[in-house]
Design a protein around this ligand. Structure first.
Ligand code: ATP
Length: 430
C-alpha cells in the first residue's frame, strides 16, 4: 500500500492509498463518520460509512478522539463541495494512539493559556501556517544572499564580551570564565568580511531587554550581512533589494497561506525598491508637525515610528542619527561628524524597525578613541581593533530581525506567534 501525504493526494485519485495523520476534528451522523485529518502537509476529510466497513473498523471509529493519531487506508476522489477539494472514502483505519481529552478546544482561549500550551497550539492551522511562511522567508533571504555572492559565515553564540553595552546581556558559566550569549554577530562578521568580502550570518541572538512590547523577544533570529568596500549608499541598496526580493516572492509562493491568515496584501504588493529615505533631523521635524513631543537627540520610540509611517505605504529608511545615541563603531558622516552613516528601515502598517545598519569606522585612531569614549575595555576589543591595523577598508552592513519581518508579512499583532517557542519577558516555558 502506497503511503501518501495529503499534499500529494491529487496525484493518486482513485487509488488505494494510506495516510499517516492526526484527527483534528470529527463528527458522526449515526451511520457515517467524518474525520478531519491533518498530516503536516495539508488537511483532508475522510468519510467512513458503516455499511462499507467491518464491525471492527466501525468500533475503532467510535473510540477516536480529537488529536488521535491514525493510519487511514482508502480511496481519495475530488470533491468540489469540500473546502479541502478532495475526500477520502475509508476502507480501513488503525489508531496508533487514542488521544486524551485535548486541552485546546474550539472555543476561544486566552493568550496565556495558549502560550502555556504552545507545544500543542502549534498544531492549529493558523500557527502551522505562520511557521510555513517563516520557513519560506528564511529560504528567500538565504537565496537572496547566495544570488548576490555573499558567503554564510556564522558568528559564535557564546562570546567573551558584548557588542553594544552590557546591560542587556545574558551571562552563563564557561568553565571558570563568564560567557555572554550573543546580541549580534556583527563584530565577528566584520572580521569575516575582511577574509571573504561579502558575508552574512543567521542565527539566534539574545537580549535581556526588560521590554514588554509586541516586537521584543529575549531570543530572536537575526540575519547580519557585511561587505568590505561597501559604503552607506550601497548598504541601503542591498537592504531594499533584500526586502523587495522577500516580499515580491512570498506574495507568489505563499499566496494561499497569507490568505488563510487573513492578510490584506494590498500594502505588501506596493513594496518595491527604492524605498523613501529620510534623515533623522527630517524625521524629528515631521514628528513635531504631527504633534509628537519627541526631543531632538532622542531615539525614536515605537509610537514615534508608527506616527511617522502613517503617510507611507512603503518601508522607509531613517538615516544619519546623532552620533551620541548610536553604537561606538558607526562611521561619522564626513559632512557632519555629529551624525553617523547609519539607517533603520521602518516597515509600514505600524510594524516599525525591522533592520538596523551602518557604515563602520575603519580608521584605527578614531575607533580607539570611540572605545575610550564609550568606556569599553580596550583589551576585550583588541581583536576587533586589529581589523583596522591590517589592511583596513571602508565597510558596512546591517542586521534584519526575522520575527519582526515575519510579523509584518503575515500581518500579526505580536512577534510571539512568529517563532515556534517564544522567549518573552517572564516566559521561558514550554
Ligand atoms: P529596538 O530599538 O526596536 O529595540 P534595536 O535598535 O535594538 O531595536 P538592532 O540592534 O538594530 O535593533 O537589531 C537589528 C534588528 O533586530 C532590529 O531591526 C529588529 O528587527 C531586530 N530586533 C532587535 N531587538 C529585537 C528583539 N528584542 N526582539 C525581536 N527582534 C529584535
Amino acid at each position: 500500500m502506497e503511503k501518501v501525504t495529503i499534499k500529494e493526494v491529487s496525484k493518486h485519485l482513485g487509488q488505494d492509498i494510506q495516510l499517516q495523520s492526526w484527527v483534528f476534528n470529527f463528527r458522526s451522523s449515526g451511520k457515517i463518520f467524518f474525520l478531519q485529518l491533518r498530516d503536516g502537509t495539508g488537511r483532508l476529510q475522510a468519510v467512513i460509512s458503516k455499511n462499507d466497513v467491518s464491525e471492527d473498523v466501525w468500533k475503532v471509529c467510535e473510540e477516536i478522539t480529537m488529536e488521535s493519531s491514525v493510519i487511514v487506508t482508502g480511496v481519495v476522489n475530488e470533491e468540489k463541495r469540500s473546502p479541502f477539494g478532495f475526500e477520502m472514502q475509508v476502507k480501513d483505519i488503525k489508531v496508533l494512539q487514542v488521544a486524551e481529552e485535548y486541552p485546546i478546544a474550539k472555543k476561544e482561549h486566552g493568550i496565556d493559556f495558549l502560550l502555556d500550551n504552545r507545544h500543542l497550539w502549534l498544531r492549529s492551522e493558523r500557527q502551522a501556517t505562520i511557521m510555513r511562511v517563516r520557513d519560506e522567508i528564511i529560504w528567500l533571504m538565504r537565496e537572496f544572499f547566495r544570488n548576490e555572492g555573499f558567503v554564510l559565515t556564522d558568528s559564535p553564540i557564546l562570546t567573551p564580551t558584548s557588542c553594544e553595552g552590557t546591560t542587556t546581556l545574558f551571562s552563563t558559566e564557561y568553565f571558570d570564565e563568564t560567557a555572554y550569549l550573543s546580541q549580534s554577530g556583527q563584530l565577528y562578521l566584520e572580521a569575516c568580511a575582511m577574509a571573504l568580502g561579502k558575508v552574512y550570518d543567521f542565527g539566534p541572538t539574545f537580549r535581556a531587554e526588560k521590554s514588554k512590547t509586541r516586537r521584543h523577544m529575549m531570543e530572536f533570529w537575526m540575519l547580519d550581512a557585511e561587505a568590505a568596500f561597501m559604503q552607506h549608499d550601497e548598504n541601503l541598496k542591498v537592504q531594499e533589494k533584500l526586502v523587495s526580493y522577500v516580499v515580491v516572492n512570498i506574495l507568489k509562493s505563499k499566496k494561499k497561506e497569507l490568505k488563510l491568515l487573513g492578510r490584506d496584501t494590498k500594502f505588501l504588493e506596493k513594496v518595491k525598491a527604492p524605498f523613501p529615505r529620510m534623515k533623522y533631523s527630517e524625521a524629528i521635524n515631521k514628528l513635531h508637525n504631527l504633534g509628537s513631543d519627541i526631543k531632538e537627540g532622542e531615539d525614536l520610540g515605537a509610537d514615534d515610528e508608527t506616527m511617522l509611517m502613517k503617510e507611507f505605504d512603503q518601508p522607509v529608511f531613517v538615516t544619519h542619527y546623532p552620533t551620541k545615541i548610536k553604537a561606538f563603531y558607526m562611521q561619522p558622516d564626513p559632512e557632519n561628524p555629529n551624525q553617523v552613516l547609519c539607517d533603520d528601515l521602518l516597515a509600514p502598517e505600524g510594524y516599525g524597525e525591522i533592520i538596523g545598519g551602518s557604515e563602520r569606522i575603519w580608521d584605527l585612531k578614531l575607533l580607539e578613541q570611540r572605545i575610550k569614549e564609550h568606556k569599553l575595555s580596550q583589551k576585550d576589543f583588541e581583536w576587533y581593533v586589529d581589523l583596522r591595523r591590517y589592511g583596513s577598508v571602508p565597510h558596512a552592513g546591517f542586521g534584519i530581525g526575522l520575527e519582526r519581518t515575519v510579523a509584518w508579512i503575515c500581518g500579526l499583532d505580536h512577534v510571539r506567534e512568529t517563532i515556534p517557542f517564544p522567549r518573552l519577558l517572564n516566559r521561558l516555558k514550554p
